[in-house]
Design a protein around this ligand. Structure first.
Ligand SMILES: N[C@@H](CCC[C@H](N)C(=O)O)C(=O)O
Length: 364
């Protein structure tokens, strides 16, 4: 099911939650409760509300832009038009930035847009930009705290679907994307899922980066890290962005990830002095060598429902610790990802969904 809604609201003044019509989403209707309007599936209506809030809402079973609106072609000055996507609940505001090499939104504006109370609400803002060095496109991203990570796994699947929509691609299609983590190659499959060649994991400690002393070749595998009074076993992996993966503590090899208070311990990992560029942290429960479960505390975004680079790092760490096979299903709070660490080329391949949430525009 996909629900499309177009919402225009200023970001300069915080929106009071009570003045907003609440939009209840269901498979058959979008209900703008405070205006007492109800639209059936596939129908659309524009609503002019007090306080200059313009809302256009469409309920649809399709993932295309609302019929009759060349929404992505709109070029009003002072507005940024966007499409909100999610990959397993890891949600992003996608901006068409193909005509310029500077992001159309500043880090400060991204923070406001990502705010779940006063803005659109998202884990990050992603820009589809012109390619460099012969690549088809460039992806840049700001986290919800305004910092810029090198790479985003769920984000690149969303970017692939966004580009397909912008360029009117249909069916199976792959292209090359330049990112801060180098060349990444997403391929949209016939079933609509996106398979991404995520490149090779980086294990050299100084490149992750971590200050933890290497204990296997040049990498950090199942090393001790003291956080919050507990001795955690951690493996450090970069997928272009840094990850600290833990499958247990010195007391217990088997984490029960649902029991962890991530809001308490996550920031202590993220800002630990052993991680000079901060870190994303994955907490992993092993069900079987091919079935893992994880929760993530993301650098610059906090706990999210999924992390694609994190799931890749988890499989690498679990293989290095002798707990998993090279091809696994990783369950995240938002759903499963399939991850394969190929023996042939040492690349990681991630497969998962990416879906439209709604269309919108904001004056900046
Ligand atoms: N959710 C993303 C990762 C986004 C970047 C991360 N917060 C960082 O700062 O490295 C994913 O799906 O990979």
């Amino acid at each position: 099911m996909a629900i499309a809604a177009v919402i225009t609201a200023p970001l300069t003044t915080p929106i009071r939650r009570r003045s907003l019509p609440s939009i209840r989403l269901s498979s058959s209707s979008v209900n703008l409760q405070s205006n007492n309007l109800k639209f059936g599936a596939g129908r659309a209506a524009a609503v002019h509300c007090p306080s200059k809030l313009r809302i256009f809402a469409v309920s649809s079973m399709k993932t295309e832009a609302p019929e009759g609106i060349s929404f992505l072609d709109r070029k009003e000055s002072g507005f940024v038009h966007f499409v909100k996507y999610h990959g397993l609940g890891n949600d992003f505001i996608l901006v068409d930035n193909r005509d310029t090499t500077e992001p159309k939104v500043t880090p400060d504006q991204a923070v406001k847009m990502c705010d779940r109370n006063f803005g659109i609400g998202a884990d990050g803002v992603i820009f589809a930009m012109p390619g460099v060095n012969g690549t088809d496109y460039t992806m840049r991203i700001f986290n919800s705290d305004g910092s810029e990570p090198e790479m985003c796994g769920n984000g690149i699947r969303c970017l692939a679907k966004f580009i397909a929509e912008l360029e009117n691609f249909h069916g199976k299609k792959s292209f090359t994307v330049h990112t801060g983590a180098g060349l990444i190659v997403p391929e949209i499959q016939e079933d609509g899922k996106v398979r991404v060649d995520m490149g090779e994991p980086i294990l050299k400690a100084s490149d992750v980066p971590t200050k933890l002393p290497p204990n296997r070749d040049q990498s950090v595998v199942k090393a001790r890290l003291d956080v919050d009074g507990r001795a955690w076993n951690v493996t450090c992996v970069s997928m272009g962005n840094p990850h600290c993966v833990t499958l247990g503590t010195e007391q217990s090899q088997d984490l029960q990830v649902d029991e962890l208070k991530l809001a308490d311990i996550g920031p202590k990992f993220e800002h630990h002095e052993m991680f000079p560029a901060r870190t994303n942290t994955e907490f992993v429960q092993v069900f079987s060598p091919t079935h893992l479960k994880m929760r993530v505390w993301e650098r610059g975004a906090g706990e999210t429902l999924a992390c694609g680079t994190g799931a890749c790092a988890v499989v690498v760490a679990a293989v290095l610790e002798g707990r998993a096979a090279r091809s696994c299903t990783v369950d995240l709070p938002g759903g499963p990802l399939n991850i394969e660490w190929s023996e042939k080329d040492n690349h990681i391949y991630m497969t998962g969904p990416a879906e439209v949430v709604f269309y919108g525009s904001v004056p900046l």
